[in-house]
Write a protein that binds this ligand. Structure first.
Ligand SMILES: [Zn+2]
Length: 285
């Protein structure tokens, strides 16, 4: 929904930073020993992500068991703790964590900013992809609701991949693919839906629609719109009670076109739908 600037830190900068606070010398040596592997698979991640093919990266294979060795002599839990203990909880890793978190500017990229990012989400989950536990390009600021809505199921096809805020094509962020219709019930409400442009390919259309469904964008946007709509109806009944239908429509369109809203912002889409629905003028009285 919202584009984020790709973190500038490389996989090795992040990995070494997190290793700084590992005090167990044996563990530190073993983790250092697999840094070449981590760098190689991280390069693969970035290459595939640029092609929109992150789904094609298979989960890290390992033997069955409680806490298997996943590469050389390093266990799965040891890679995962590099994130939990050495990036989330300790400096200097925490410094990088915070840099990535604040890069979202208080707006969650998955839901288009209706939530504030509270933590970093692993685009490819660390349980299946421990090799990417501290890869900056796999860590996306995420709000609590999106974290809850996001299914842990791995994308099995290209279509099922949620929109990657760092890598995906500009069209997902710049073009409009979320629309709304006005329900002139009492009280009025907004119903949002996904409708990608006809000229998009099938995979892109499906990805946008799946993202919309997986993050429950429709009902979350409607909830946001309900408050705004109620205030707008009050305005129409009061200060704007003498306004003509054309003027009212122009007013709604001007709010929709405010430069501060991106293409699929709930408020932009809401005012666009209201401006286009001529019956709202009378229904809001
Ligand atoms: Zn969110």
């Amino acid at each position: 929904m919202r584009r984020l600037t790709l973190p500038e830190y490389t996989s090795m900068q992040s990995y070494s930073l997190c290793l700084t606070s590992v005090l167990d010398l044996d563990l530190k040596e073993r983790l250092n020993g697999v840094s070449g592997f981590i760098e190689g698979v991280s390069n693969t991640y970035v290459d595939q992500a640029r092609l929109g093919n992150v789904y094609s990266i298979p989960p890290l294979k390992h033997p069955k068991g409680e806490d298997p060795i996943v590469v050389a002599d390093v266990r799965k839990s040891e890679l995962i703790k590099l994130y939990g203990y050495h990036m989330v909880d300790r400096q200097p890793g925490r410094g990088l964590y915070d840099v990535i978190l604040v890069s979202a500017n208080e707006q969650c990229p998955f839901c288009g900013g209706i939530g504030r990012p509270k933590s970093l989400d692993h685009y490819l989950p660390k349980a299946n992809y421990p090799q990417y536990a501290v890869l900056p390009q796999n860590l996306v600021p995420c709000c609590r609701d999106c974290n809850t809505e996001k299914s842990n199921a791995l994308a099995a096809t290209e279509d099922e991949q949620s929109i990657h805020p760092y890598f995906d094509d500009d069209k997902f962020f710049l073009e409009q693919w979320v629309f709304a219709k006005v329900n002139l019930t009492y009280p009025c409400s907004l119903e949002y839906f996904s409708q990608p442009p006809n000229e998009w390919g099938d995979v892109e259309k499906n990805r946008a629609s799946n993202h919309f469904r997986d993050f429950n964008i429709g009902s979350r946007y409607s909830v946001q719109a309900a408050d705004e709509l109620s205030a707008l109806v009050d305005l129409r009944r009061g200060y704007l009670s003498d306004i003509s239908a054309d003027e009212f429509s122009r007013y709604l369109a001007s709010v929709s076109n405010s430069v501060s809203y991106f293409s699929n912002h709930w408020k932009r889409v809401m005012y666009q739908a209201l401006a286009e629905d001529r019956n709202f003028y009378g229904a809001a009285l």
